[in-house]
Design a binder for this molecule. Structure first.
Ligand SMILES: [Zn+2]
Length: 281
């Protein structure tokens, strides 16, 4: 079997069954979702769901991945030593009956015996143009499930356009926000509904006081599903007599705007002059 090469510090624990200093390990405080695997052979040992804070100074788990951990009587004849079932790497000890969690088990594991593999985050993107991007960004950032909103430009011809060029109105770009969201926490439909309620989708090539094609209303869809949802929502609004002019356009290259445009209202501690919530659905 091909094992990972160990540093002297790793060998002292994993092979020679030493114990790292409490509160010294990198994984002790980690709360992220993911899997803890064997440092030497990469076999999955523990899921982050079973990790808890025992305040003992070593990563603590109240359950192992099925079949991943072997128990033997420690050399001291009293404690129960735990090993990686795959490669016999020393992990630490397991204790019962301390009452930390409902399972009443504590795998006390040396941080140095493990590696952490973070769970891949599920992130999707959506692009909305609805007038001045400062205001649109402001509202999307408040939505649960949205991890990031970036102000920028889309829908024009020129690469890397500047704010000045877009404002002059010659590049064809619309001020657009890129919204990164977790589809487990929110949905494109929820984003799109909000979009239609924080700008006026009946205004052509303007939004309130901001006039020009760069302030046009558009959904730049990233996939067919986004297109269909957008068209459905526009249909609902038209049935309610809104004369929607929002463009439904395939997403092109998104050009992030200059730094001073990002988080504009947050930096100013202000609220948008141009975008207020209006219930339309
Ligand atoms: Zn192993």
């Amino acid at each position: 079997m091909n094992y990972n090469k160990l540093t002297p510090g790793e060998k002292a624990v994993i092979v020679d069954k030493g114990t790292e200093k409490p509160f010294s390990g990198k994984l002790y405080d980690l709360r992220e979702k993911g899997t803890y695997v064997c440092k030497r052979c990469d076999a999955p040992l523990y899921n982050s769901d079973s990790k808890f804070d025992s305040q003992c100074g070593w990563p603590s788990f109240d359950d192992e991945i099925d079949g991943a951990v072997e128990r033997i009587v420690d050399a001291d004849g009293v404690r129960t030593e735990i090993l990686c079932d795959n490669c016999d790497a020393h992990l630490g000890h397991v204790f019962l009956g301390e009452g930390f969690t409902d399972k009443n088990i504590r795998h006390c594991v040396n941080s140095i015996s493990m590696k952490f593999i973070a769970e891949k985050k599920n992130v999707k993107k959506a692009y909305f143009a609805g007038g001045c991007f400062w205001g649109v960004e402001y509202h999307f950032e408040k939505l649960e499930g949205v991890s990031s909103v970036v102000s920028g430009y889309m829908g024009g011809d020129k690469d890397s356009p500047t704010y000045g060029e877009v404002c002059d109105g010659n590049t064809g770009h619309a001020e657009t926000v890129e919204v990164l969201f977790d589809p487990n926490l929110t949905s494109f439909e929820e984003l799109a509904r909000l979009f239609f309620e924080i700008h006026d989708p009946t205004e052509l090539n303007r939004q309130g006081p901001d006039i020009g094609e760069q302030y046009r209303s558009a959904v730049f869809y990233a996939d067919d599903e986004q297109k269909q949802i957008t068209e459905k929502l526009i249909g609902i609004l038209r049935d309610k007599d809104y004369d929607v002019v929002t463009g439904v356009i395939p997403a092109g290259t998104f050009w992030a705007a200059e730094d001073y445009h990002q988080d504009y209202y947050e930096k100013k501690n202000g609220t948008p002059y141009c975008h207020a919530y209006t219930k339309r659905f």
